[in-house]
Design a binder for this molecule. Structure first.
Ligand code: ADP
Ligand code: MG
Length: 302
């Protein structure tokens, strides 16, 4: 089990990680989510002792990363950004790490095979695609056969087949009883992979639980309105102080009014004398919407 215990990391005035506490259980895949700049990478860097915390600590089965005797054997880490020597081959890169993981050539061969890089193992990493680098990064994390995996945006740069591959891989590792924490800035990318989510924004925890629990959180109401004269509708929205957005369907000429009772929107639209083509309450309980409403306006810019 991993315990993040009141972790704080400051960069000058910025609290990149702000009194963050949560636990990650073995035997399941936990998604570590938040928009870009939320503090995911910083949290993982602090956890793996790459940078110092300003407060709090992270414990792996009761021990800090620093005090682990064979860290690569206990915790596999693949953080962003990945730095590879461009002139080295994938096999060279792993062979260089092998002594630290306490493994030999056979294990290097096996993990290369496991991540599907055997055919290109002799190619220079400088020529690798983003997806191939991701696979190599994962191979390095797996080298010491660790019980715990910390992966930072492992899906980045992978094609749909690669995404499916990593999903099955992470689930298989979790089923073996391992602890898997995998970050992403997109819920949709990990929705089918994770058993549980930890969502942060501005370095703070905003939600921890299963996806079902996330889905059942209350969300805002919205109304899709389409009228003949779209400009009049936008003027009405402005005068009413409504928050509006474009519909998901790019072909729709409607406008989505957020956060107002659809019955009220309907009355106002009729009273304004607009010719209504469509007026539909929008169900905003989709996972993506809950995620967005939890982390909305909470990007890197404060
Ligand atoms: N080395 C650094 N120096 C100053 N600010 C940083 C540094 N690393 C990250 N930050 C800032 O800390 C915040 C969290 O960043 P990060 O942990 O990379 O977020 P995420 O991985 O969720 O996108 C951001 O506002 C980022 O700009
Ligand atoms: Mg990051």
């Amino acid at each position: 089990m991993i315990v993040f215990d009141h972790l704080t990391k400051k960069y000058g005035q910025l609290r990149a990680v702000d009194d963050l506490s949560f636990e990650v259980q073995p035997g399941r895949v936990t998604g570590f989510l938040g928009p870009n700049g939320a503090g995911k990478t910083t949290t993982l860097r602090v956890a793996t002792a790459l940078i110092h915390a300003d407060g709090g600590q992270v414990m792996f089965d009761g021990k800090t990363y620093h005090s682990l005797k064979k860290p690569m054997h206990q915790i596999g880490v693949a953080l962003e950004p990945t730095i590879f020597h461009p002139g080295r081959t994938a096999a060279d890169h792993l062979m260089m790490l092998a002594p630290y993981a306490g493994v030999g050539r056979k294990r290097v061969k096996d993990v290369l095979d496991f991540v599907g890089l055997t055919d290109v193992a002799g190619k220079r990493v400088g020529k690798y695609s983003l997806g191939m680098r991701g696979r190599l990064n994962l191979a390095a994390a797996l080298l010491g056969d660790p019980h715990t995996l910390l992966l930072d945006e492992p899906v980045n740069g992978l094609d749909p087949e690669g995404i499916r591959w990593i999903r099955e891989l992470l689930q298989a590792l979790a089923r073996q009883g391992r602890t898997v924490l995998t970050s992403s800035h997109l819920l949709s990318e990990v929705e089918q992979t994770v058993d549980e989510v930890v969502i942060i924004a501005h370095g703070k925890l905003v939600h921890q639980g299963t996806l079902n629990e996330l889905e059942s959180r209350q969300t805002r109401r919205a109304t899709l309105v389409e009228v003949e004269d779209r400009d009049s509708l936008l003027r009405l929205a402005l005068s009413q102080g409504w928050q509006v957005r474009d519909p998901e369907n790019p072909r729709s000429r409607g406008v989505v009014v957020e956060g107002i009772d659809p019955a009220y929107v309907s009355r106002a639209v009729y009273q304004a004398g607009l010719s209504v083509l469509q007026l539909t309450p929008v169900v905003t309980s989709g996972l993506e919407e809950v995620f967005f409403s939890l982390t909305e306006g909470q990007g890197s810019v404060r």
